[in-house]
Design a protein around this ligand. Sequence first.
Ligand code: NAG
Length: 314
Amino acid sequence: MVLNTRYLASMGILSCLATPLFAAVFQPKALSTRAAPYMTRILDTGTTFAEEDNGVWQLIDADGDGYPDLNYIKTSNTGTGTVEVHIASQKSDFKTRIWESGTTFGLENDGTWLLIPAKTGNLPDLAFIKTSNTGTKTVEVHIASGASGYKTRIQETGTIFAEEDNGTWKLYDYNNDGYLDLVYIKTSNTGTNTVEVHVAAGPDYNVFILHTGTTFLPETDGFWQLAPYSGPGTADLVFIKDANTGTGETEVHVASKASRYQDRIFEGGSAFTEEANGVWGLIDFNKDGVPDLTYIKYQDTGTRTVEVHVASGK
Ligand SMILES: *[C@@H]1O[C@H](CO)[C@@H](O)[C@H](O)[C@H]1NC(C)=O
């Protein structure tokens, strides 16, 4: 099931793409050549990591070559008694570990862990968005730098959000000003009875720059994120649905930032059946400028190792 071209045409978006201004800014070549995105697998591989589910798996560049590496933020049962960061490089086909260390953080699970692009150096910074039991009674952002080997905290702050966790928290440059903003994709108990996006501006997170409902009904059978789907610097809302789908495949659904998340600019199945043994994401895996569909499978794998599976966005 591939609705994107027909759907875009019906929305008048394809003709809009033909205008030179839009062309220059949004690279319509990339969009229009995506005839059947996510239908072709470009990678299925085991890794150096045994199957494990004690933390957060994430693809993000850690060696500076622009290709995302496999990162594991281990938040429980660690050898060091602290949260740990383990990284295997894409360049080694995920067979070589290029970083393993403890961090400045004690084992904490009342929030969201994620790695974010480094302020300095290649190793990503480690962020903890603490959503309950905080000192300030607000959601807090704590960041340790990759440059310090995760020993030094470069930000610890309360925010404008009261403690809450009914959805997905991210740090993402929503307004394209060079600072990561605090993004809350609220997927249940929402006032609008739709999925909502709330954003507080970085680097201080003291001012809201977006509160909006979206085209999506509350849904939690998948993974929510913002991604530069329609072009570099954009912040479209992506839902990767890996269970209870209409197609029987894992599906990708995208609503545009330009429409305040009211218009769906892509909906389609993929080369993957429904699968809920890992973490799904939309990220440019092969550095061709187009986000790909990635699946880090960390349990029930064929190889008995954590696996990385990728379907091309083109
Ligand atoms: C979820 O949202 C509701 C309504 O905003 C709030 O009362 C509740 O405390 C939230 N739950 C959690 C776990 O944050």
